[in-house]
Design a binder for this molecule. Structure first.
Ligand code: NAD
Length: 498
C-alpha cells in the first residue's frame, strides 16, 4: 500500500490547446465537399468541461447521400492501378505529417489526450498510409495455372465496393486511419463515422486532404451510433461494415448487417491478461506495465490491465509496479508535454470507471495506489493498482477502460493459462518469463490475437491486429487487412482447340 497522492497539473489560464482558427469546417464531408446537416450537438474538452465546438448530428438521409456518392465514385476508383492509389496514400501521409501539430492539438483537446499520446497517434497515422501504399503494390495472388486440362484459372483480387467504417473515441484519428488506409489501398470507397465524442481530427483530416482524393471516394458523416452507425450497418449498398468499438456495439452491428448479408469486420474490446511467472525479470515487467496499463489513461483495447502473477513473487512485483505507477505525471494535456495521464474522455465514462473501482473495493480488493477520482474540474481518475482481486469478480473479468490494473495470483502454469483464457475477450495478452521453452509454449496456449513475451503493447503496422472470441474477428494492419477488405474471384478460360 502506497500513501502517494496524485494531483492534477493545471495549465496557465491563458494556455489553450486549440484556437478557433485551428478548427476544421464543422460539417459532414460528402462527395468531395463539406456539407450542412439539419442538427448539431456540442463537444466539450474533458480536461476542463469547456465547450470546443458544435458539430453536425447526422441523420439516416445524410448516410444515404454519402453512400450514393461512394457508390458512384467506386465505378472509377476500382479501376485505378495500385501505383495510382499508392501515390495518393503517400501524398496523404505527407499531408498528415505537414499538419501533425494541429492534428495532435485537436486530438488532445477533443479526447483529453496527453500530447505524447496524440503525437504518437499522428505519426502512427502517417505510417499506416505509407505501409498501405507499399502493400497495395506488393500484394499479389497465386499465379495463373491449368487445373483442368485446357482451362487456365486466374485468381483476381478485387475490392469489395463501399465500406462503412465506424470508429471509437479512444484513438479517433489512428483507429480511423487503420480502416481508411487499407480500405482505399484495396480499391474500395468508404463512408466513415467517427465517434460522436471525438469527430474533430477526422474533419480536420478531410480538410487537409480535400484536394487529393476524387470526390466520393471517402466520405465522413458525424453523429450518433444509433442513427448514423445503424444506417451504415443496414444499408443495402454497403458491402462491408467495419467497426472498432465495444462488444455491445459489435453485436448490434452484426445483427443489423445480417439482413443484407454484408460482410462484418469487428475490432472489439479487450481485457488483456499479463502473466508473470516466478522466473520473470520483475523490474522489466513493472516498467512494461507502467506504459501498457496506463497509456492513453488506460483507454486502450490492448492495455495490460489484468496481472496474473505467480504467488511467490506477487508481493515483490506489486511493490515494483506501485513504484512505477507513482512516477506517472497526471495533468491537463495543455499543462506540458511531459503529462502522461490526462482526463477520461467524458463524464459518463468517468462515472463508469470510478464505479468499477468502488465496486471492486466493495468486493474485497484493496488499492495499492490510487483508488478513485482526483479533485477539481475535468474527468480525472488516479492511476490505480488493485490487489487482492478474486477470480471471477467483475474487476477481474470486465473491461474497465481506465487507468486501473488489477493483480491476481496463481500457483501453477496450467492455472495461469486457464485463468488467462477464462474471460470472454481474446484481443491481446502478454507473458513475462526468462524460460526459453515457456516463452514459446505458453503463447500458443493463450487465446488472444496478439501475445507479447517480455513486453506489452508494442505495435507495428506491418503485423496484424485483431481478436478472437468476444473481441471480434477481422484483422487491421498488415497485408491481412488488405485481404479482409478485398475478395477473390476465379476466372477460368477454356483454351482448348476445337
Ligand atoms: P462504442 O462501441 O460505444 O462506439 C464505437 C463506435 O460505434 C462509435 O462511433 C459509436 O457511435 C458507434 N456505435 C455505437 N452504437 C452503435 C450502433 N448501435 N450501431 C452502429 N454503430 C454504433 O465504443 P467506444 O466507447 O467509442 O470505444 C471504446 C471501445 O472500443 C472499447 O470497448 C475498446 O476496447 C474498443 N476498441 C477496440 C479496439 C480494437 O482494435 N479491438 C481499438 C480501440 C477501441
Amino acid at each position: 500500500m502506497s500513501n502517494h497522492t496524485f494531483t492534477v497539473r493545471r495549465p496557465d489560464a491563458a494556455t489553450a490547446l486549440v484556437a478557433d482558427s485551428d478548427l476544421p469546417p464543422l460539417h459532414h464531408y460528402i462527395d468531395g465537399a463539406f456539407t450542412d446537416s439539419a442538427g448539431e450537438y456540442t463537444l466539450v474538452n474533458p480536461a476542463d468541461g469547456r465547450t470546443i465546438a458544435d458539430v453536425p448530428r447526422g441523420s439516416a438521409e445524410d448516410v444515404d447521400t454519402a453512400v450514393a456518392a461512394a457508390v458512384t465514385a467506386f465505378d472509377t476508383w476500382r479501376d485505378t492501378t495500385p501505383k495510382d492509389r499508392a501515390d495518393l496514400l503517400l501524398a496523404i501521409a505527407d499531408r498528415v505529417e505537414a499538419n501533425a501539430d494541429v492534428l495532435a492539438r485537436l486530438e488532445a483537446a477533443d479526447a483529453g489526450k496527453p500530447r505524447m499520446v496524440a503525437d504518437d497517434d499522428v505519426s502512427g497515422t502517417a505510417d499506416i498510409f505509407r505501409f498501405s501504399a507499399g502493400a497495395a503494390r506488393a500484394y499479389t495472388e497465386q499465379g495463373a495455372g491449368d487445373y483442368v486440362a485446357d482451362h487456365t484459372s486466374m485468381i483476381l483480387r478485387e475490392p469489395l465496393g463501399v465500406i462503412g467504417a465506424i470508429v471509437p473515441w479512444n484513438y479517433p484519428l489512428l483507429m480511423a486511419a487503420w480502416k481508411i488506409a487499407p480500405i482505399l489501398a484495396a480499391g474500395n470507397t468508404l463512408v466513415l463515422k467517427p465517434s460522436e465524442q471525438t469527430p474533430l481530427s477526422m474533419l480536420k483530416f478531410m480538410e487537409i486532404i480535400d484536394d487529393l482524393l476524387p470526390a466520393g471516394v471517402m466520405n465522413v458523416v458525424t453523429g450518433r451510433g444509433s442513427v448514423v452507425g445503424a444506417r451504415l450497418s443496414e444499408h443495402p449498398d454497403i458491402a462491408m461494415v467495419a467497426l472498432t468499438g465495444s462488444v455491445n456495439s459489435g453485436k448490434t452491428v452484426a445483427e443489423s448487417a445480417s439482413d443484407s448479408l454484408k460482410r462484418v469486420h469487428l475490432e472489439l474490446g479487450g481485457k488483456a491478461p499479463v502473466v508473470i511467472f516466478e522466473d520473470a525479470d520483475l523490474q522489466q515487467a513493472a516498467e512494461a506495465l507502467r506504459e501498457a496499463g496506463y497509456w492513453n489513461s488506460g483507454q486502450e483495447c490492448g492495455a495490460g490491465t489484468r496481472v496474473l502473477v505467480h504467488e511467490s513473487v506477487a508481493e515483490k512485483f506489486t511493490q515494483l509496479l506501485v513504484e512505477q505507477v507513482a512516477s506517472l505525471v497526471v495533468g491537463d494535456p495543455a499543462a506540458g508535454e511531459d503529462v502522461e495521464i490526462g482526463p477520461l474522455v467524458s463524464e459518463d465514462h468517468f462515472t463508469r470507471v470510478t464505479s468499477f473501482i468502488d465496486r471492486a473495493l466493495a468486493d474485497g480488493a484493496s488499492a495499492a495506489i490510487g483508488g478513485g477520482a482526483l479533485d477539481g474540474d475535468g474527468y480525472y481518475v488516479a492511476p490505480t493498482v488493485l490487489t487482492g482481486v478474486q477470480p471471477g469478480t467483475e474487476a477481474a473479468s470486465e473491461e474497465i477502460f481506465g487507468p486501473v490494473v488489477t493483480v491476481e495470483t496463481f500457483t501453477t502454469e496450467k492455472e495461469a493459462i486457464d485463468r488467462a483464457n477464462e474471460v470472454p475477450y481474446g484481443l491481446a495478452a502478454s507473458v513475462f518469463t526468462t524460460d526459453a521453452a515457456r516463452s514459446l509454449s505458453v503463447p500458443r496456449r493463450i487465446d488472444a490475437g496478439t501475445v507479447w513475451v517480455n513486453c506489452h503493447l508494442v505495435l507495428a503496422n506491418d503485423v496484424p491486429w485483431g481478436g478472437f472470441k468476444g473481441s471480434g474477428y477481422g484483422r487491421d494492419l498488415s497485408l491481412y487487412a488488405l485481404q479482409d477488405y478485398s475478395r477473390t474471384k476465379h476466372v477460368q478460360i477454356n483454351h482448348g482447340r476445337r
